[in-house]
Write a protein that binds this ligand. Structure first.
Ligand code: FAD
Length: 354
């Protein structure tokens, strides 16, 4: 059993931001990561994925990603950046170390993993969402005989050349996969509502700016909704490939089908369309199985928090995941703010505990 002040679970971008601030303290800490290599979820994203905001607005605390104000880094560049970030700040990452359970052990927390056990005074969970893809439960899904995959498994369009593919989901993943696939496949894009497209001359930065305005308004006790438009990270950023898809007429969406058949989907009016494959770009849920022993995960698969601190367990913090752990906290540039506040709170909590 290793004894430590703070155990951080995961070593994706959120954990690295937490590690950056922890190394400025005198608390002993470790980052336990299930993955065999650096990069978190970025290791699994599709080949053509580009960031929706320029390098300068896609950086973790302390070190700007290379490329400047008008450059949108590709997935491999993010992977290299995250690996170099770990090295640059000599973050104490242990991998592979999959945490199976976090439990209470007197006044400490017990963190059990397949690489050993840690006894910690505080735990920061930052395990992301990528390992928990979400697929809505449409009737007939089990009986569909074509290929089904989640965006988490989508890599490139080539295997779908000449096929009829249905892409479900109206966020950035859906739009980018439609743009990718529609170059060589016949694509139907299914979204619940008409997707919200940002203007061509606006990129992901504006979403961070709005998030910041809402965050500051909340701190000031004002209504966040009045401080900035309701745009969220699901609004579609018109990256060049997405714009090109729109210009060739490939970015039109239709409202959902009612069920799947063996060979396709059945629409509201009873008509049926045959497809070879369905790509579900329908999002993710937080990966929180390891917190089950604490009894803090609610029916929606979230943990009730004040800021990032679990309400029902004052030695547990959650960083990354989504808006519920802080505005824009699931992004490279946004997570720095919540990581900084989290570490400050951990420091003062442990100082008070003595
Ligand atoms: P992850 O990156 O998922 O890291 C979590 C780590 O925890 C992983 O290494 C995992 O192996 C590990 N882990 C999980 N469970 C355990 C366990 N039980 N024990 C130990 N380790 C565990 N963000 C931006 O900032 N800019 C963008 O332009 C952008 N574009 C995006 C485009 C798309 C299409 C999508 C889908 C996402 C985009 N994102 C973007 C968001 C970004 O990819 C994720 O939100 C981000 O990777 C989340 O970081 P994280 O550290 O919270 O989780």
């Amino acid at each position: 059993m290793h004894s430590i002040d703070v155990a951080v679970i995961g070593a994706g971008q959120a954990s690295l931001a937490v590690g950056y601030y922890l190394r400025r303290t005198d608390l002993s800490h470790v980052l336990l990561d299930a993955a065999p290599e650096p990069g978190g979820a970025w290791r699994y994203s599709w080949d053509s994925l580009r960031l929706f905001s320029p390098a300068r607005w896609s950086s973790l605390p302390g070190w700007l990603m290379a490329g400047g104000p008008a450059y949108y880094p590709a997935r491999d560049e993010v992977l290299r950046y995250l690996a170099a970030y770990e090295e640059r700040y000599r973050l104490p990452v242990v991998r592979p170390a999959r945490v199976s359970a976090v439990g209470r052990d007197g006044d400490r927390m017990r963190v059990s993993s397949d690489a050993g056990e840690w006894s910690a005074r505080a735990v920061v969970s930052a395990t992301g969402t990528w390992s928990h893809p979400y697929i809505p439960d449409y009737p007939g899904r089990e009986g569909f005989r074509g290929l089904q995959l989640h965006s988490a498994e989508y890599r490139c369009p080539e295997p779908f050349a000449g096929q009829r593919v249905l892409v479900v989901g109206g966020g950035n993943s859906g739009a980018q996969i439609v743009a990718d696939l529609s170059q060589i496949a016949s694509v139907i894009w299914v979204t619940r509502h008409e997707p919200t497209f940002l203007p061509d001359d606006v990129d992901g930065r504006v979403l961070f700016e709005w998030a910041t305005r809402r965050y500051l308004a909340r701190l000031a006790g004002e209504d966040p909704a009045r401080a900035a438009p309701p745009g969220g990270l699901g609004d579609v950023v018109m990256l060049p490939p997405v714009r090109a898809a729109r210009d060739r007429g490939a970015l039109r969406s239709v409202r959902p089908f009612v069920r799947l058949s063996e060979s396709g989907v059945v629409w509201r009016d009873g008509a049926e369309t045959e497809v070879d494959a369905i790509v579900w770009a329908t999002g993710f849920r937080a990966a929180l199985d390891h917190l089950a022993p604490l009894g803090v995960v609610d029916a929606q698969g979230r943990v009730a928090t004040d800021g990032t601190r679990a309400r029902a367990e004052p030695r547990l913090w959650l960083v990354g995941y989504g808006e519920w752990t802080g505005y824009a906290s699931a992004t490279l540039v946004g997570v720095g703010r919540t990581a900084k506040a989290t570490v400050a709170e951990v420091v003062s909590t442990l100082a008070q505990a003595g």
